[in-house]
Design a protein around this ligand. Structure first.
Ligand code: AMP
Length: 398
């Protein structure tokens, strides 16, 4: 097989990768380089059911991580099977709603869009540059996390702010997790045996970052994340929606600097902030089961805010084909799913407790009763979408 796609998802100190068969979705190898730019940098590679860990040499950067990966591919006769690279790029602004072949102009655009995603786009670009050094003969494609949401109408993406802030500065809702929402909605359409473009779904991607999306006739018409990944429901460490007045109160009355506000809302809030324990849903559930009231309060807030967001998005539809849960929490926590469904009885959701408990660790299936509006757990597979879209673009099927 000469058509595998190397999928790269680069963060500021990490680099996630998968070698994917774009037709079958088979993951040939996958792994993660972590603690980059520190002496503790290492890479883990999963291949044929085995997990191997290697320390990375100086200068411990993304380039070194890619080189280690390439050496592994060469040693295992896999390098020649790579036909192209697909990069997850977080922010494509209004310009990029499709997979895009990377050239110098596109790299410049990604750089310019860094002002909308200062934590992500520069890291994505680092991954692209590092990969170009080693795979200079192969095409590289950018798949933007915002792209799926470019179909949102104005009423969804505009804020109630002075209009020039949108026109001149691009301040609007863009949304994220687009690749994941696209994938699970397509899978749900297969389950009900209907063409995607005739399906109405609400999808809930619940991981460390969380977002809800309304998908009408196969297209995103609203989503909970905004200009940045801070808007919407409560997340692992992010607050989600708060009264913007809270920011002025923190600064004017409590003496916070803007950096401290930023840090509080992005890194110290959400499940971590309320539970005062952890951002890890598993740990909080365990504590709540052991009687920790603060942990239970965190889960109660988390699930109510998600249920409220799902209910509010229902105003986009006159009929709904179903609700989809995905992401680490959505795929594994029957407790959170049950809490959310129990608050959505007006939308005719009734949990099937046995079915719900069975959906964990990569299982896919329905978790509601026969007379309920259906709700499914569908494990996401962003890597496959990135590989498939890269392959299709290069083979002009898009
Ligand atoms: P993600 O960002 O999609 O990798 O999801 C990470 C989140 O999924 C963390 O909050 C984990 O605690 C949560 N998670 C993973 N497995 C489970 C589980 N079995 N039960 C509850 N939460 C889980």
């Amino acid at each position: 097989m000469q058509n595998n796609i190397l999928v790269i998802n680069c963060g500021s100190s990490s680099l996630k990768f998968s070698l994917v068969n774009p037709i079958s979705g088979q993951n040939i190898i996958s792994g993660l380089a972590e603690c980059l730019l520190s002496v503790d940098a290492f890479i883990t590679i999963k291949h044929q059911g085995e997990k191997k860990k290697f320390n990375l040499p100086t200068p411990y950067d993304h380039q070194v991580a890619i080189s280690a990966l390439v050496n592994y591919l060469i040693e295992n006769n896999l390098k020649e099977s790579v036909s192209a690279l697909g990069h997850r790029v977080v922010h494509g602004g209004e310009k990029y709603s499709q997979p895009t072949l990377i050239n110098e102009d596109i790299k410049q655009s990604i750089e310019q869009l860094s002002k909308l995603a200062p934590l992500h786009n520069p890291a994505n670009l680092q991954g692209i540059n590092a990969a170009e050094q080693v795979f200079n003969d192969l095409p590289q494609v950018a798949i933007f996390d915002t792209a799926f949401h470019q179909s949102m109408p104005k009423r969804s993406y505009l804020y109630g702010l002075p209009y020039h802030l949108y026109k001149e500065h691009g301040i609007r809702k863009y949304g994220f997790h687009g690749t994941s929402h696209y994938f699970v909605s397509r899978e749900a359409a297969k389950i009900i045996n209907k063409p995607s473009k005739e399906c109405n779904f609400i999808s809930a991607h619940l991981g460390n970052g969380c977002s809800i999306t309304a998908i009408k006739n196969g297209k995103s018409v609203d989503t909970s994340l905004g200009l940045t990944p801070l808007e919407g429901v409560m997340m692992g460490t992010r607050s989600g929606d708060v009264d913007p007045g809270v920011i002025f109160h923190l600064v004017d009355q409590l003496g916070y600097t803007l950096e401290e506000v930023n840090n509080t809302l992005n890194k110290k809030s959400g499940l971590l902030g309320v539970s005062q324990l952890s951002n890890d849903c598993r740990a909080i559930e365990e504590a709540a089961q052991g009687g920790n009231k603060q942990a239970l309060l965190a889960l109660t807030l988390f699930s109510y805010r998600i249920a409220k967001s799902i209910a509010s998005f229902s105003c986009n539809f006159t009929s709904l084909d179903g609700l989809i849960f995905t992401g680490g929490i959505g795929e594994n926590s029957n407790f959170i799913r049950a809490l959310i469904l129990s608050q959505l009885s007006l939308l005719n959701f009734t949990e099937d407790s046995k079915g719900n408990k069975a959906m964990r660790f990569g299982n896919q299936g329905c978790i509601t009763t026969k007379d309920s509006t259906p709700c499914w757990v569908i494990p996401t597979n962003e890597e496959w979408v990135i590989a498939e879209q890269t392959f299709k673009l290069l083979n002009k099927e898009n």
